[in-house]
Design a protein around this ligand. Structure first.
Ligand code: PXG
Length: 450
């Protein structure tokens, strides 16, 4: 398709010129894309429709976010009703009932005393908010030396300066200088040597959490504010936590008075067969970030959920009427709240988190059947997530996986790739036959590429 060819498709593109050039696309090879665009125009349940009228099976829930499937009627209607009733309400020193209702509902889904919610508009904002809350909490307790933030290699925490700083993906940082200064990183837990083709949690690697003790000694534990990790790292290639690893991180954080933040932007809302990863792993962090599935991606929204003690400390110890100097114009936007309430109700009424848990074994079999297919050097899985790691082409890292992505798209299945790993995360409403289609299409494409 040429850059302007989509103007002939039967869609209303407005009155402007149908030129792809002005839009600077995010995390996209712009030149390459604009020479051969892939444009989607409709979405319903498990499928997208492309501009050329093809149905594409969604193997990635959009980008890990459309957990209940596309175009769900109850969410659509809730947003339509809300936009017609009250489009916007200021969120500073004012409010509207739905943000309170959504916070209460979200808090009721969380384990332990994770029971206060701060709303943002994205995962990146949720992460930066969580890091700021951690710093403000220590400030409120008088532990003003606690300023260092610890992330992890191969961590992805969005693109704000805070999230980028604690993140552990070199290409994301390279163009932006030094970022936050008081930051350190744990090593990641991925090891093909020890854990290739593990099903669910690998058995090797819990001891890697002990590095936090080393960092505490190096920096002085009284200088460390928080540790942030994805309980399961998604964007950097589906890295499942080794059995016992998260428990150990929790124990070490508690021992040193360091706050533990779980970035659950991907793992929240049923992705791992439980409401949140912290429930699945039975490890309760001090702060949880979420976004994506919170509104089934219909309206952008993120959130930070904190334990009662953090909220109480910040509120009660504050020497200023506004206890936390932080917020966004669109924190708790009415449309997002309407979408969020309808989404959480849909998850509940259809039992979608349980459904993900029930499908896990079938999904795991399908994924691990790819062991032995050309180029496959590892398969990892948990909940409705799978990572299929490919041998990189010599001197051409990422090229083979990207070619598979393109071929699958041609064959009607949407997958995502990150470096040389295929990352799959379908909507939780997927049927077994659609699971079969995803894996057989990938196998077929693996057999076609060099
Ligand atoms: N934290 C985590 C763990 C994420 O996965 C963010 C923060 C940032 O969220 P926002 O809403 O600001 O993008 C993310 C986002 C992919 C992919 O294909 C992953 C994300 C976004 C887009 C694509 O792996 N994760």
């Amino acid at each position: 398709m040429s850059p302007s060819a989509f103007s002939s498709a039967n869609i209303d593109l407005g009155t402007g010129p149908n030129d792809l050039e002005p839009h600077w696309m995010p995390f996209t090879a712009n030149r390459q894309f604009k020479n051969a665009p892939r444009l989607l125009v409709e979405a319903k349940d498990m499928h997208y429709t492309s501009t050329d009228g093809r149905k594409i099976l969604d193997g990635t829930a959009g980008m890990w976010c459309v957990n209940a499937g596309h175009g769900r009627q109850s969410i659509v209607e809730a947003v339509q009703r809300q936009v017609a009733t009250m489009d916007y309400a200021p969120g500073f020193q004012m409010g509207h009932p739905m943000s309170f209702a959504l916070a209460a509902k979200l808090a009721s889904m969380m384990p332990g005393d994770l029971d206060h919610v701060f709303f943002t508009n994205s995962g990146s904002e949720a992460v930066d908010t969580a890091l700021k809350i951690a710093l403000a909490y220590h400030h409120a307790t008088g532990a003003a030396t606690r300023r260092i933030l610890i992330g992890r290699a191969r961590g992805y925490h969005g693109v704000g300066f805070g999230g980028l700083s604690v993140g552990g993906m070199a290409p994301n940082k390279r163009q932006f200088g030094n970022l936050l200064g008081a930051v350190d990183h744990l090593q990641h837990t991925h090891s093909l040597d020890h854990n290739a083709f593990s099903r669910g949690q690998p058995t090797w690697g819990a001891h890697l959490a002990d590095e936090l003790d080393t960092l505490a000694e190096l920096h002085g534990s009284h200088n460390i504010a928080a540790v942030i990790v994805e309980p399961m790292a998604g964007s950097t290639g589906v890295l499942i936590p080794p059995a016992g690893y998260l428990e150990r991180l929790r124990e070490i954080c508690s021992r040193h008075g360091i706050l533990l933040i779980f970035d659950e932007v991907i793992t929240g809302f049923g992705r791992l067969g439980a409401s949140f990863a912290c429930e699945r792993f039975d490890v309760i962090p001090d702060i949880v970030t979420c976004a994506k599935g919170l509104t089934n991606a219909t309206v952008p929204m993120g959130g930070v959920i904190v334990r009662k003690g953090i909220y109480d400390t910040l509120i009660n110890n504050s020497d200023q009427p506004i206890e936390l100097f932080h917020g966004y114009t669109y924190s708790g936007h009415p449309l997002a709240c309407a979408a969020g309430l309808a989404t959480l109700e849909l998850y509940r009424s259809e039992g979608l988190f349980e459904r993900a848990g029930e499908l896990e074994a079938y999904w795991e079999e399908g994924a691990h059947d790819l062991r032995g297919a050309p180029h496959v050097i590892d398969v990892r899985n948990m909940g409705l997530v799978a990572g299929i790691e490919l041998e990189p082409r010599p001197n051409e890292p990422t090229a083979r996986a990207f070619e598979i992505f393109l071929k699958c798209y041609e064959d009607g299945v949407l997958i995502r790739t990150t470096a040389d790993t295929i990352a799959l995360s379908p909507p939780l409403v997927i049927e077994r036959s659609q699971i079969d289609t995803i894996f057989s299409t990938i196998r077929h494409c693996l057999e076609k590429v060099a």
